[in-house]
Design a protein around this ligand. Structure first.
Ligand code: ATP
Ligand code: MG
Ligand code: MG
Length: 282
């Protein structure tokens, strides 16, 4: 079969997204399966993009966490840029939601705890994910979750470059401030986590439209539907986690992902059984 970088033998195609195609491959030197993400050739000519691609891949490669897909190698050959990652035998959370909804409340919490741990780890290292969505969350048969594609992530401290909106993730997971054109922050990642959680538990998006502009406008100005209206068996304490993550005003959201994780951890405990629906001030 076709080889990339001399040592990665392409076995099959796993999927593709806006920026790249992902292949299942075999690392012939270490004799193990890997996933190779190959950048679209249309993008390979864009100097600025390539620089960013390398910088981001390097920063993400430094992250090491059980809930983050490991990056093994970054390379280029003949105008073809690629990232070699840990191969996850499983599916994306998008497919998982499509195939298994309704997902039990305890399973949903088990999944969200792992996702929040991954993002909290990245934040602790100055990396904002920027593109949190179910496509970028992989899950294996034992329900071990790994977050990938810190594709447009970058160090918070150097967040000065502006991005063209065309490469930004799906509008469905964008926070109001990002929809307004603002830069991604820890707070916007928290909002995206809230949308993922909404979709995981209710099996649907809060604003299911198709046009990115109309969806973005709804995130900006339409009140968030109450997830419990679609999933009445969920405890109020768990809906409150979503209300707190999905606040339109960043100040009303969790101050960091660790706070969201801590809240998720206790959400199903009997002590929180008579919690009232959270009402935000702003
Ligand atoms: P976007 O480009 O907007 O981020 P996307 O996330 O769906 O969209 P890719 O990141 O290119 O696109 O990934 C395509 C698909 O490849 C994923 O949905 C997933 O099913 C699969 N995939 C990605 N990384 C891995 C991996 N490490 N192991 C196994 N499968 C993977
Ligand atoms: Mg991608
Ligand atoms: Mg992806």
């Amino acid at each position: 079969g076709r080889r990339i970088g001399g040592r990665y033998e392409i076995l099959s195609r796993l999927g593709e997204g806006g920026m790249a195609i992902v292949y299942k491959a075999k690392d012939l030197i270490l004799d193990r399966l890997v996933a190779v993400k190959v950048l679209r050739t249309e993008l390979a000519g864009d100097e600025e993009f390539i620089k960013r691609f390398h910088r981001e891949a390097e920063s993400v490669a430094s992250l090491s966490h059980p809930n983050i897909v490991a990056i093994y190698d970054i390379g280029e050959e003949e105008d073809c840029y690629y990232i070699v990652m840990e191969y996850i035998h499983g599916m994306s959370l998008k497919e998982f939601i499509r195939d298994y909804s309704p997902i039990s409340i305890s399973e949903s919490v088990h999944i969200m705890k792992q996702v929040t741990l991954a993002i909290a780890h990245a934040h602790a290292h100055g990396i904002v994910h920027r593109d949190i969505k179910p496509h970028n969350i992989l899950i294996d048969e034992s329900e071990h979750v790994k977050v990938t594609d810190f594709g447009i992530a970058m160090a918070v401290s150097s967040a000065t470059i502006t991005y063209t909106h065309s490469i930004l993730g799906s509008a469905h997971y964008l926070s109001p401030e990002q929809a307004r054109g603002g830069k991604a922050t820890v707070k916007s990642d928290i909002y995206s986590l809230g949308i993922v959680m909404f979709e995981l538990i209710t099996g649907r998006l809060p604003f299911p439209g198709t046009s990115p502009v109309s969806v973005a406008l709804k995130h900006l100005s339409e009140p968030m539907p109450f997830p419990r209206d679609f999933r009445p068996d969920m405890p109020q304490s768990l809906e409150n986690v979503m209300i707190r993550a999905l606040a339109k005003v960043p100040l009303d959201r969790y101050k960091n992902v660790v706070a969201m994780y801590d809240d998720l951890k206790t959400a199903l405990s009997p002590e929180r059984a008579d919690e009232k629906r959270l009402i935000l001030d702003s």
